[in-house]
Design a protein. Structure first.
Length: 197
C-alpha cells in the first residue's frame, strides 16, 4: 500500500469516526446512568406532555373527521356550482407543511397579530375589553392541525363515496329514505373502512 492510499484510508476512517461520535454520545446518554433524570421528568412534566399529546391526537382526529367527511359526501353526491375549483380548494392545505401553517396562524391571530390589531382599531376596544380565543393552546393546535390534515380524510372518504353503487342509494330513495337516512344507513357503513384508515 502506497502513501496516498494510506492517507486516504486514514482520513476516511477519521471522518467516519467523527460522524459516528454524536450517535455514540446519544447511545451513551440513553444507556448511561440517567435514572434520576428520567425519574424527575416522569414526576414533573411527563404526565402533562402525555395528556396534551392524547388530547391533540384525538382532537385532531375528531375535527378532521368532522371537516372531511361531510365535504367528501357533498362533493361525491351533489353537483355544486364551481365544483372543479372547490375540489382543488379542499385539498389545498396539503400544499403547505403543518408547522408552517401553525406559525402563520399564530402570527395572524395572536394578540399582536394583524387580526386582533384590526379588531381593536375598528372597535376602539382595549386589551381587556374583549375575548378572543387563544391560539397558543391545545385547542388552538387542534384547530390548526385539523385544518391542515382534514384533506387526508376528505380524499379517502370521497374516493369511498365515489365507488359506491348509485343503485343502492336509489333503492333507499324508493323505500322512502330521506337523504340523511340513506347517508346514515347505506353510504356511511360502506365507507367505514376508508374512514377507519
Amino acid at each position: 500500500m502506497n502513501e496516498k492510499q494510506f492517507l486516504w484510508k486514514t482520513s476516511s476512517g477519521v471522518l467516519a469516526l467523527l460522524l459516528v461520535l454524536p450517535i455514540l454520545a446519544i447511545f451513551y446518554t440513553a444507556v448511561g446512568e440517567s435514572d434520576a433524570l428520567f425519574a424527575h421528568l416522569m414526576t414533573t412534566v411527563m404526565p402533562t406532555y402525555i395528556w396534551n399529546t392524547l388530547l391533540l391526537t384525538f382532537g385532531v382526529m375528531l375535527c378532521s373527521f368532522l371537516l372531511g367527511l361531510p365535504a367528501a359526501w357533498l362533493m361525491a353526491m351533489c353537483r355544486l356550482p364551481s365544483e372543479k375549483y372547490l375540489q382543488w380548494a379542499l385539498v389545498l392545505p396539503l400544499a403547505m407543511p403543518g408547522y408552517l401553517i401553525g406559525y402563520i396562524y399564530t402570527d395572524w391571530f395572536d394578540f399582536a397579530g394583524p387580526v386582533q390589531i384590526f379588531l381593536r382599531e375598528i372597535t376602539g376596544w382595549a386589551a381587556g375589553d374583549y375575548w378572543f380565543p387563544d391560539i397558543r393552546t391545545v385547542a388552538g393546535a387542534v384547530m390548526v392541525l385539523s385544518l391542515v390534515l382534514y384533506p387526508y380524510v376528505y380524499l379517502l372518504c370521497r374516493a369511498a363515496f365515489m365507488e359506491q353503487s348509485v343503485s343502492l342509494l336509489q333503492s333507499a330513495r324508493l323505500l322512502k329514505c330521506s337523504p340523511w337516512e340513506s347517508f346514515r344507513r347505506i353510504s356511511l357503513p360502506l365507507a367505514r373502512p376508508s374512514i377507519a384508515v
